[in-house]
Design a protein around this ligand. Structure first.
Ligand SMILES: Nc1ncnc2c1ncn2[C@@H]1O[C@H](COP(=O)(O)OP(=O)(O)OP(=O)(O)O)[C@@H](O)[C@H]1O
Ligand SMILES: [Mg+2]
Length: 229
């Protein structure tokens, strides 16, 4: 067999292994999450130390599920399960999930929503993943003013904007073309899949993602969703 062929065979086997590993990890992870939720329903029984440990376990589980979701979206095209989604409500769900990590860093996530935004037909889980990726990036940007702003508003009649603004380290002009590529990261523990997954999910819905950034001032990512009649 040619060297290239052996390599591509190995890659394909590795892809299949990764996909089955992701599948196998998912169920025990959700069992851990369910049990942690159950334990913390009786939180008045526990001391602050124990509660802190439970919350830290919950946060780690959330983080693991989020990494697994990114790998799984990257590895294969997840089927769409579209429904009418309120962007404001889904943003609130994402903020709730990311809040534990934000709070530990003293970061506040402020939402400024335009009311009466029409719902969008989209897959809730996929969009939640997009929002979480962008919120985690804002949290990890060494956001110095400790406030992250998420805004939703209608622009012209046919588009809806979702934007997130941090006051972190910013993105160098030279990295502009790289950040959406798979595996590009400048973080010690990053996988570099977050933005790549966001882009492929949004592409499926003709939504655009872009950003404005100034080094040491901050970054604003925005998504433009088309509003279809
Ligand atoms: N808000 C931001 N501020 C500064 N840099 C950012 C921001 N968002 C993205 N980046 C840059 O883009 C890179 C790619 O982001 P991406 O979300 O794809 O991967 P990651 O965050 O490094 O890893 P992962 O999302 O898998 O945990 C980041 O490593 C960082 O350099
Ligand atoms: Mg990221």
């Amino acid at each position: 067999m040619e060297k290239d062929e052996i390599f591509s065979n190995r890659l394909s086997i590795l892809g299949k292994l990764a996909a089955s590993l992701i599948h196998e990890i998912r169920s025990p992870l959700s069992v851990i999450k369910m049990n942690l939720d159950y334990i913390s329903m009786n939180d008045s029984k526990f001391s602050d130390d124990v509660l802190e440990s439970i919350n830290s376990c919950k946060e780690s589980v959330t983080r693991m599920s989020y990494i697994i979701s990114n790998f799984s979206s990257f590895a294969r095209k997840v089927p769409k399960d579209d429904e009418l989604v309120s962007i404001n409500e889904l943003t609130q769900v994402a903020v709730k999930v990311a809040q534990i990590e934000a709070r530990m860093l003293g970061i506040q996530i402020e939402c400024e929503f335009q009311e009466n935004i029409p719902p969008i037909r989209i897959c809730k889980d996929k969009l939640l993943q997009v929002f979480l990726n962008l919120i985690y990036n804002a949290i990890e940007s060494k956001n110095k003013e400790k406030n992250i702003y998420i805004r939703t508003y209608l622009k012209e009649k046919h588009s809806l904007i979702w934007e997130i603004q941090d006051s972190g380290i910013g993105i160098e002009e030279t990295a502009r073309d790289k950040i959406f590529s798979e595996f590009y990261t400048n973080k010690e523990k990053g996988t570099g899949l977050g933005l790549n997954v966001c882009k492929s999910i949004l592409d499926e819905y003709d939504a655009k993602i872009d950003f404005e950034s100034q080094v040491n001032v901050g970054t604003k990512f925005f998504i433009t969703f088309p509003i279809k009649d």
